[in-house]
Design a protein around this ligand. Sequence first.
Ligand code: HEC
Length: 146
Amino acid sequence: MSETFTKGMARNIYYGGSLFFILVFLALTYHTERTIPERTNSELLTESVVRGKLVWEENNCIGCHSLLGEGAYFAPELGNVFVRRGGEEGFKYFLPAWMKAQPTNIPGRRQMPQFNLTDAQLDDLTEFLKWSSKIDTNNWPPNKEG
Ligand code: HEC
């Protein structure tokens, strides 16, 4: 092996290393793209889920809440609120009741505004949050309180 580190060697490491990591990056991107439909249960994406996402966006819920870690950290994470507040049996009752009860005006507690959503919008929102909770996030967040 040569004693000196030549320009040619540096160039080979640079190009070889870049090519190697570009290939790793492309392979991982391909893998992610392939697994997204399965991890997000895209077959469960109903019209109602899609409408629920629109309600979520139009009312800027993300301005206070986070969803799978994205968003604001003023109010609780909602990616797993379905699991935390009733699941299959209870969540469809919890969410409309919660939304209608706001603001609670409990002193010392952060307040959530009243959005005056219709029953149909609340149904769609319920479906959207239910669908979101089923996304395979490698068990994130680590506990169900978000
Ligand atoms: C101005 C900030 C703000 C906005 C905007 C907001 N929220 Fe909230 N939300 C809060 C706060 C604060 C709490 C916690 C209140 C408490 O615990 O008393 C909360 C709690 C909740 C909870 C209960 C969470 C739990 O763990 O029990 C749900 C569900 C919820 N919000 C849904 C929504 C939805 C859906 C929207 C959009 C339509 C929305 N929020 C928009 C501030 C907000």
